[in-house]
Design a binder for this molecule. Structure first.
Ligand code: S3P
Length: 442
């Protein structure tokens, strides 16, 4: 059955963005805090957890598997409270399939979590998630002894049966993916000996930073991470800082909206996540970061940005793409308004996100009147600093949260409204995105 198409008109901001704000908790760290607490012996205390659909998928998955979750909504909109894990007793056999909704992180991390346990679990998701590649996760887990049905499945639904005698492995990952790295390391916690994952370039390292908080022995360097098993995680206390990927939308709005000056506080400054700040600096943006403290082993602080009249295109090398993997859509929009060419090298991983983000960026920038194209695996964008948008433009979010927010920026920062289809997909990571922006104009 065809899904209903919702259309949202995004009006231009009536005033510049001004002042300090915060953003909801980091999505990647929230998933991990919930999942590791569910795996642990005892009751963990977690706070700052993102209350959005993707993290709700992880919460409901661990509840299906027997973890007790008592999180309550806080005044700032985050979730906080206790999670009592299954520990050495292991997860229970769920009564039905686990539905991961739109969340690739939930599905892929779950596969690693289930690897050492003698239960059979069907994992599924929404129509977008059921198109995303899973072989990258099942391949190394099968080497460790996990069974999947169908064995050669490329996509969900997949039924997993763990193995109580998992083998540790050294795995050379074909792509840089924190989800793949985490799935292998979580399985490694249930295997005898040292499990190592090597990756072509550094992906986000939240798992390596957080597992020791739960007592696990990990080693991590530039492009490699290991765990020693078998080990049962111990309850911990975790606070989740603000999500830099959500902050990126506020920061880019401030850069494009004349007269703006903002500070986003309490946000993760993990270097594996703030590649977009480095990219914007190279584009000439008036942007800076201030380190404030540590949440566990995660640094956090303030990102400040002011409207910048002239931004320049730049080239982002292949080994930095993992640090901007979720920000390529919004950086592409900024590049559309910059002087000269922007080139993102080796970005084909974006074809495997919630939608094919490469095709969507090229199509959406085309609607705006900006030329963008792929040459091999490199994305080229020919900026137009004097671009004036036509009236009545309609941009398709493809039901992808980051595209919905990216196209909204075109309306917010311009002089004429734009229509964004299925804008409500922002509920996946940043449900109050529009409120957060308009609040800063008052
Ligand atoms: C994530 C890793 C990245 C990122 C995703 C979240 C994570 O995906 O795009 O939004 O939490 O580990 P890949 O591992 O596929 O690069």
């Amino acid at each position: 059955m065809a899904q209903k198409v919702e259309k949202t008109i995004i009006e231009p901001l009536t005033a510049p963005l001004d002042g300090s704000t915060t953003v909801p908790g980091d999505k990647s760290i929230s998933h991990r805090a919930v999942l590791f607490s569910a795996m642990a012996e005892g009751t963990s205390r977690v706070s700052g957890i993102l209350d959005a659909e993707d993290v709700r998928s992880t919460i409901s998955a661990v509840q299906d598997l027997g973890a007790e979750v008592s999180l309550e909504k806080q005044l700032d909109g985050s979730l906080a409270g206790g999670i009592t894990g299954w520990g050495s007793a292991g997860p229970q056999q769920p009564k039905s399939a686990i539905n991961c909704g739109n969340s690739g992180t939930t599905a892929r991390l779950l596969m690693g979590t289930l690897a050492p346990w003698p239960i059979t679990v069907e994992i599924t998701g929404d129509s977008s998630l059921c198109k995303r590649p899973m072989r990258r996760i099942t391949a190394p887990l099968m080497k460790m002894g996990v069974h999947f049905d169908p064995a050669g499945a490329e996509t969900l639904p997949i039924t997993e049966t763990g193995d109580t005698k998992l083998k540790s492995i050294v795995y050379d990952a074909p792509m840089s993916s924190a989800q793949l790295k985490t799935a292998v390391l979580l399985a490694g916690l249930g295997a005898k000996g040292k499990t190592t994952l090597n990756e072509p370039s550094p992906s986000r390292n939240h798992t390596e930073l957080m597992l020791p908080e739960y007592g696990a022995e990990t080693t991590a360097a530039e492009r490699t991470a290991s765990v020693k098993g078998p080990f049962t995680l111990k309850a911990a206390e975790v606070h989740v800082p603000g999500d830099p990927s959500s902050a990126a939308f506020l920061i880019c709005t401030a850069l494009l909206k004349e007269g703006s000056s903002i500070q986003v506080e309490g946000v993760s400054l993990n270097t594996a996540r703030i590649g977009f700040v480095r990219t914007l600096e190279r584009m000439g943006a008036d942007i800076s970061t201030t380190h404030v403290g540590m949440a566990g082993k995660e640094p956090y602080g303030i990102i400040s940005a002011c409207y910048t009249a002239l931004l320049r295109g730049c080239e982002i090398p292949a080994d930095k793409i993992a640090t901007i993997i979720d920000e390529v859509p919004v950086l592409s929009l900024v590049a559309a308004f910059a002087q000269g060419m922007t080139v993102f090298r080796q970005v084909s991983e974006l074809r495997h996100k919630e939608t094919d983000r490469i095709a969507a960026i090229i199509e959406g920038l085309g609607v705006l009147g900006v030329d963008a194209w792929m040459d091999g695996d490199d994305l080229f964008i020919e900026g137009q600093p004097n671009l004036v948008l036509e009236e009545g433009l309609e941009l398709d979010s493809k039901r992808d949260h980051r595209l919905a927010m990216t196209w909204a920026l075109a309306g917010l920062c311009g002089k004429t409204p734009v229509t964004v289809t299925n804008f409500d997909s922002v509920k996946v990571s940043f449900p109050n995105f529009l409120d957060a922006i308009t609040r800063m104009t008052q």
